[in-house]
Each structure stands twice: as structure tokens, then as C-alpha cells.
Unconditional design. Structure first.
Length: 231
């Protein structure tokens, strides 16, 4: 019977761990995927979001980005929130605009991507079908949705139509109110008195023929303050 060879004490087995393969970096939708040479002799830089949307459009919607956008709109539910739908549809509209300007269709992108298109098919379906919440994954169109662009205008875009424009006084008036938290019911009396004070100021300016374009004559912090929670 063969005896097991004894290890030499002078040459003990190596205790060093086996080298591990480096981890592949996580791909984000905003990362650059490929550059497409257009018929206009210009280069169209495409992100992974662009590639993923093009892939899904070709695989499931005959290459029609509008159909893909409509399909995403119908996916609203417990696991697919409204904001994600809005962000993705906004990116698709932007992608469609860029492709139309370059006279390119989604099938051209898939054809140009070659091996990358093959390896990204599964990820494309997953990314297009799931909600996105992390801002670092948002493309520029996803960040600046129509809702976000129009909200400031909805709040302040028509101030010049007021009898007395709030523009010159907005910061000073806003300094008296909390914007990040809620007020209790008892604090409503103090809020009402503060607002009434500014309404009276506006009436005086209106009577004096001022449109509110200059600095107010009197906006005394002591006259317009919100009392304590007891109101």
C-alpha cells in the first residue's frame, strides 16, 4: 500500500489566497454605451438607457418607441410607480427626437451594437420594466421632466398679473414660514394674522399706485411674526 508522502517542513503549503478576478464595474443607464456614425457625418453618443430602450422597442414593439412609451404608461401598479413611468417616457421622447434628427431608427442602433446588443438583452428588459428611484441612475431627461420644469412657473410664473406683484417681497415674506414641516392646528391663528398683515401692506401699495416693483416701505419683522403654537 502506497504511503502518503510527507510534506517537507522546509516547504509548507502556501497560505496565500488564490487571486480573484476583478469585479466588473456596475453599469448605469447613464454610462456611455456606443457611438453611432450618422448619415450627416456626425457622431451620436448613446447611453445604456438609449440602448436598452432601443433593444426593448425592437424585440417587443417592432422598433416603435411610441408603442414602447404607451406600454410603459400602462404598467402603472404597486411595483411600478408613476414617477418612474414619467421619467422613462420623458427619456424615450428625448431619444426619439435625437434619432429622428439623425435619421436613425432603433433597429439601426441594435444592428450597430452587435455583441453588446446580445449581452444587454436580458438587462434591457429588466431595466425598462422596473421602477427607478436612485438619482444617480437618472438621465438628464429623467431629471428634468415636464412636471419639474413647469412647477416653478406654476407657482411664480404669473406674479406680474397680480395687482401687487409678490416678486419683490417673496423672500422676506417666506422667511416667516416653515417650508419643510407642517404647522399644528393651533398655529393657524398666528399664520392667519401674519398673512393678513401682508394683505394690508398690499392694499396700501395698491392704493398708493404701486405695482410692487420696488422695495416695500415697511415690512417690519415685529409687526408680521407668527406667534407660538398656542396662537
Amino acid at each position: 500500500m502506497a504511503k502518503k508522502a510527507k510534506r517537507s517542513e522546509e516547504n509548507p503549503p502556501s497560505q496565500e489566497p488564490a487571486p480573484q478576478a476583478p469585479k466588473k464595474p456596475t453599469i448605469l443607464g447613464i454610462d456611455h454605451a456606443l457611438t453611432f456614425a450618422t448619415a450627416q457625418s456626425t457622431s451620436l453618443h448613446l447611453s445604456y438607457w438609449d440602448l436598452w430602450f432601443a433593444l426593448v422597442a425592437v424585440m417587443m414593439h417592432d422598433g416603435d418607441l411610441d408603442r414602447l412609451a404607451n406600454r410603459i404608461k400602462e404598467e402603472k401598479g404597486v411595483f411600478y410607480d408613476r414617477r418612474s413611468i414619467e421619467r422613462k417616457r420623458c427619456h424615450i421622447r428625448d431619444l426619439k427626437r435625437r434619432l429622428d434628427e439623425a435619421s436613425i431608427i432603433p433597429a439601426d442602433i441594435v444592428l450597430a451594437a452587435v455583441d453588446l446588443a446580445k449581452t444587454e438583452k436580458r438587462r434591457a428588459i429588466k431595466k425598462v420594466s422596473e421602477s427607478i428611484h436612485r438619482e444617480r441612475e437618472f438621465s438628464e431627461p429623467m431629471k428634468n421632466t415636464p412636471r419639474k420644469r413647469r412647477f416653478p412657473h406654476a407657482l411664480r410664473g404669473y406674479w406680474d398679473k397680480f395687482p401687487v406683484s409678490p416678486k419683490s417681497y417673496a423672500k422676506r415674506i417666506g422667511a416667516h414660514f416653515r417650508s419643510k414641516t407642517f404647522y399644528s392646528k393651533n398655529a393657524s391663528f398666528g399664520i392667519s394674522r401674519t398673512l393678513d398683515g401682508y394683505v394690508e401692506e398690499a392694499k396700501k401699495l395698491l392704493e398708493a399706485g404701486s405695482s410692487g416693483t420696488g422695495a416695500p416701505e415697511r415690512l417690519d419683522d415685529g409687526d408680521h411674526r407668527i406667534d407660538g403654537e398656542g396662537g
